[in-house]
Design a protein around this ligand. Sequence first.
Ligand code: FEO
Length: 396
Amino acid sequence: MKPVKIADGVYDVGVIDWNIRDFHGYTTELGTSYNSFLIIDEKIVLIDTVKKDFSDELIANIARIVDPKTIDFIISNHAEMDHSGSLTRVMHRIGEDKPILCSKMGLKNLQRHFSQKLNFKTVESGETLSIGKRTLTFLETRMLHWPDSMFTYLNEDKILFSSDAFGQHYAGCEQFDDQVDESLIMHAAKKYYANILLLFAPLILKLVEKVKEMGLEFNMICPDHGICWRKNPEKIIETYVQWSRQKPEKKAVIIYDTMWHSTRQMAEHIAQGISEAGIYVKPMKLRESNRSDIMTEVLDANAVLVGSPTLNNGLFPTVADFLTYMKGLRPKNKIGAAFGSYGWSGEATGLIFKALEDMQFQMLDSGLKIQYVPDIEGLEACRELGRKTGKKINAL
Ligand code: FEO
């Protein structure tokens, strides 16, 4: 449990949110943590705070290491409230006039969150600051994932405090990657990337290049959520590069909802056809799978097939919701297809087709729609769509 010493004079004094299961709309089945880092040198520095509800716990954790009043300044890497929510409460405890260092965009955003007069001081990207025996370097990471996002690097210890980047929604007493099951934590990191960072993939690739040019080395990467990466910090960076390149695997995801099982039957027979082509396929019904879990599967899939019954001349609501969500995350390099059942008007398939085409998916055909209940020929048409999808994937 926190506080945890992560290096000489460096502690995680953040908190664990064991019970959160809905993080502004996406599922956090493993809970999460809000990490906050205390560095003890000639100056005492706190990097980021925690969600407001946990203010007292953060202050208590700090007090187990130092008297909170001895903190010289706070660094705000990111204004989102899971990291800034405790700021005023902490300032009240450590001294209202203590400086809060942030980027220029951080200043703008923090001022829109807090009406109190706080002693904000801006830092430039690349600026360094001595805190005694050690030096901090600030690196602005604008739009990763907010305009104000910033990294702080502890030069001598080679520790990167990476704000949201490289995070995972994971609650546990473990602090480091070598203390947890690798597949579990990598899946949590993948879900986090797919739902928070995917739309910024081009910026991530540029940032990694910039970091390489700067010659920064990492003994440890400490995000604001989940475990810190120390076993092989390069691995999570390389994995981010791989996800950001969006070169998917031989895999298809079928996303659908259904009213009287006709669209479900279509989805499952399409899946059978894809599988016959030797491709891994995952059908996911929207009312049984949260959109955040579906996006995690979409991230590394070659093909995304979306099905909906027509309801009131339009899309089934969960399908409309998902298409809106996926569009915002801007997945690239996907094969797409639309399908669905209908009673008398049948607009849903065309609406899906248009939505996927607008996302620049490479569409397989104009869409497969079947009236009321699929018969033997209809189900064969579904399997054929699946085989066609598989063939296309195999040809890539
Ligand atoms: Fe964990 Fe962008 O906040």
